[in-house]
Design a protein around this ligand. Sequence first.
Ligand code: GN1
Ligand code: MG
Length: 359
Amino acid sequence: MNTSHLHAIAEVFDFDAPIVGIETLGAGFINDTYVVTTELSRYILQRKNHLVFPDVPAMMDNIWRVTAHLKAKVRAAGGDPEREVLTVVPTRSGAIYHRDGDNYWAASLYIEGSVTHNKADTPRLAYMGGKGIGRFQAMLADFTEPLTEVIKGFHNIRWRFEQWDRSLQEDRAGRKASVSEEIAWIERRRSKMLAFWELVERGILPMRVTHNDTKLSNILFDERDEVLCVIDLDTVMTSTALNDFGDAIRSYTNTGAEDDTDLSRVSMDIDVFRHYAEGYLSERGSTMTANEREWLAFSALYITFEQVLRFLMDYIDGDSYYKTVYPTHNLVRARAQHRLLESMEQQYDTMCEIIRGLS
Ligand code: GN1
Ligand code: MG
């Protein structure tokens, strides 16, 4: 993005002082993120990917309402709502996003002194991450307003299978024949995964406000590694809370990388699972139903399976969704996530025992 254009975009937002610099931050797969420094403070500026989020205004409205609810809770508990909850910064004309041609932009406060971690390499970090998401969900347990489903069927495996069947039929990039073994991984587990989603459809697992991208790096910690707040609220929606747990387990417990080329490095670290579950249940325990508790461990398998499907489907589609660095990147990701899934399947009984032991 051209620097002067970026400056012009940043000028639209209601920042506290003249802008002195703009730098790129991080490397998400979806949005482009910048840090804007003014003479007085710092802000986060993001170009929201409207190919992934077709209705950015509705997405920003979800974020606005959910953060307002969280801020009220934090205020009532005597906390600092500007540090413990993400704060959306409106434009000078009071809008919660800015549209520039085809692009949508949004800004938030940069929380000074906060740090993120990419890997839960200590038991305490895993525990604190679980607490962070557990608390987020507990504070939203009484949020009953409807939220827009910003990405249709995001963790709905029935919908993912519809997309999957269409992808295989179209075979847009001509890659299908080369991944028949991987396709079989998906098909073998189809009915089991659909059976889980049916519990959600039948109301046996309740619908709640969910974050939908609960990796460790989406939690800000303070200097003492206490949880400050949960960020990246783009995918906040109504779904089963179990998937927030499952997605965290998928990302926290992996002893390898999400796109590891060496599968011998990839497995689920059961100790990390235990610590995360302890932290999560310490905050959420009392707001969970018996059915949620019973299916908690399975949600890790479900979400990891979904990720194998999504990476593989994107490979088959010709890499149109995830940013990739090299041509087989999505295939490598799918294989590495499949290895993780197998490791979870092998340890599933132990995972269930751990959850029962914490009840
Ligand atoms: C995407 O861009 P990032 O890292 O926040 C994706 C998640 C995937 C993740 C895989 C909106 O998240 O669902 O789990 O990549 N987000 C969206 O690393 O599709
Ligand atoms: Mg995300």
